[in-house]
Every structure is written in structure tokens, then in C-alpha cells.
Design a protein around this ligand. Structure first.
Ligand code: NAP
Length: 266
């Protein structure tokens, strides 16, 4: 499958890396265009793919064109890409860029809108995606195999779920990183060496996540299993509940969702 990337930054590179690592594409089938010469040189050297400065060149002959530029660059890029052939599939990961906006900007209807997240960089991401009605089954399969390389993927028929996923899984890694950072600092505060605190926190988050996945129990049930009457955990939980952790997370997701919707409405 011939793939052209517009934008070879953090996410573009994550996708290229995962696609090549999982054998979903060969280096000879991938072209990336990027305004930065430094980025082009790095990508060409690291992955042996073709890196160009002209977006039109990356699009030429591509079965799938992946849009991976920042939202503020999108208008300019779409203008440069006009004149795609109807069977070329355009897959956008640009936050807030709606299918209608892409259709209008490109004058093209064969579109996928996807929201991956940052752990895609290590093949552990999750992507929520949808398509326009013009995308056929073969193209859906191609999109799925690209997104599969990034980790897990969920297809939705309603575009409204993309903004919701942006707020939860798109922004989610930042929330989790903040929690990890704060827990490590707390460990240091009570006297643990920093490297030991880091090890303890990372494995605790990882192990707890795997337990939720493997044990098939509600998180509250798992929490009850580690909360003995009158014990240490219940003291800690009292502080988290009193401080409003639950409603704070709710507010964070609602705020991110409102922002995602506002970006899409622009
Ligand atoms: N990062 C995430 O976790 C994440 C998650 C989901 C979705 N996304 C979406 O993914 C998109 C890319 O994000 P990112 O973090 O990968 O951004 P990024 O690192 O800034 O990558 C964008 C790349 O595109 C290049 N570029 C800028 N203008 C261009 C143009 N006109 N033609 C070709 N290339 C151009 C940039 O070069 P310069 O740096 O020289 O400008 C940069 O190398 C964003 O729209 C974002 O909403 C990101």
C-alpha cells in the first residue's frame, strides 16, 4: 500500500515507525513531506523512506494520504493538495478537523477522520475513527490496517464520538502522566529515593491497568479488594475523595471536550 504523509513530526513519525515495524508498509512505499529539512533528513536516514519538501509530491501515486500537521497549518496544506483523484483515501489525525471541513478544504470526499493518542509511538495507542459514506470496504480495511499498527482501534459511525475520544483518550495520556509525576513526587516527599519511587509508581499503574483488563471486575470492586477496614489505603482514599479527585477528572474531560468541539466549529 503506497502511503504519503503530510507532516513528519511527532505523530507522523510514530505512525511511520509503527507501520514499518509491524510490516504494514515497506520503506519503498512510504513518502513523507515536511517543511523542515532537519526532519526530512532524520526520517530519510532512520527509516529509509522518501522525504520531500513538496506536499504534492508526497500525494502523487499514494493510495492513502495521511494528514499529520498541526491544526493551524491545515488550511494551507489542504489548499496545496487540491486535485486528488476520487479513489485516493485521505486519513486525517488533525485535532478538531471535521469531515465537512476537510471535504470543503480539499474538494474531496474519500475521507477518514481519526484520533490516535501519544502511546501510538510505542504501538500501544488507541485510535477512534470514522469515515465519510464515500469510503468503500477495501479503503476501510486499509485504514484499519494502518491504525492497527498504532495499537488498538475503534471504528465509530458517528463523528460526534471523535471529539469525545479527543477529550478522553487523545488528551488522556497527559492526565495519566500528571498523575504518575505527582505520585512519584509524593513518594520522594515521604523519603523514597526518586528512582525507586518511579519504579514503584510505573509498575503500580501498569499492573493496576492490566488487572482491570484481565480480571473483568468493576474498578470499584478491585479497589475494595485492596481497601481493608481501618487500614492505610482507606486513609489515602479519604484524602482523594475529600479533595475532589473524581469530580476534578470529570471537569477536566468536559473542558477538553468543549475545547475539541470549539476547535471543530471554527
Ligand atoms: N501529539 C499527539 O499526541 C496527537 C494525538 C492525536 C492527534 N494529534 C494530531 O496530530 C497532528 C500532528 O501533531 P504532532 O504532535 O505530530 O505535530 P508536530 O510534531 O508539530 O508535527 C507536524 C509536522 O508537520 C510539519 N509541517 C508544518 N507545516 C507543514 C506544511 N505546510 N507541509 C508539510 N509539513 C508541515 C512540521 O514542521 P515544523 O515543525 O518545522 O513546523 C512538523 O514536522 C496535529 O494536528 C494533532 O492535532 C496529535
Amino acid at each position: 500500500m503506497k502511503i504519503g504523509f503530510i507532516g513528519g513530526g511527532t505523530m507522523g513519525e510514530a505512525m511511520i515507525k509503527s507501520l514499518l515495524a509491524k510490516g504494514a508498509a515497506r520503506p519503498a512505499d512510504v513518502t513523507v513531506s515536511d517543511v523542515s529539512k532537519a526532519r526530512r533528513d532524520i526520517l530519510q536516514k532512520k527509516y529509509r523512506i522518501k522525504a520531500v519538501s513538496d506536499n504534492k509530491e508526497a500525494v502523487k501515486g499514494a493510495e492513502v494520504v495521511i494528514l499529520a500537521v498541526k491544526p493551524q497549518e491545515l488550511g494551507k496544506v489542504l489548499g496545496e493538495m487540491k486535485g486528488l483523484s476520487p479513489q485516493q483515501l485521505v486519513l486525517s489525525i488533525v485535532a478538531g478537523a471535521t469531515l465537512d471541513g476537510l471535504r470543503e478544504g480539499l474538494g474531496h470526499s474519500c475521507l477518514v477522520r481519526a484520533m490516535p493518542n501519544m502511546p501510538a509511538q510505542i504501538g500501544e495507542g488507541i485510535t477512534v475513527w470514522t469515515t465519510t459514506a464515500e469510503v468503500n470496504q477495501k479503503q476501510k480495511d486499509m485504514a484499519q490496517s494502518i491504525l492497527d499498527a498504532l495499537g488498538k482501534e475503534i471504528y465509530v459511525s458517528g463523528e460526534k464520538y471523535i471529539d469525545m475520544a479527543t477529550a478522553l483518550s487523545g488528551s488522556g495520556p497527559a492526565y495519566v502522566f500528571l498523575i504518575i509525576e505527582a505520585l512519584v513526587d509524593a513518594g520522594v516527599h515521604i523519603g523514597l529515593p526518586r528512582d525507586m519511587a518511579e519504579k514503584l509508581v510505573v509498575q503500580t499503574v501498569l499492573g493496576s491497568t492490566r488487572a482491570v483488563e484481565a480480571m473483568g471486575k468493576h474498578p470499584a470492586e478491585l479497589r475494595n479488594m485492596v481497601t481493608s477496614p481501618g487500614g492505610t489505603t482507606t486513609e489515602g482514599l479519604l484524602q482523594l475523595e475529600t479533595g475532589g479527585l473524581r469530580s476534578l477528572l470529570l471537569k477536566a474531560v468536559i473542558a477538553a471536550y468543549n475545547k475539541a468541539k470549539a476547535l471543530g466549529a471554527k
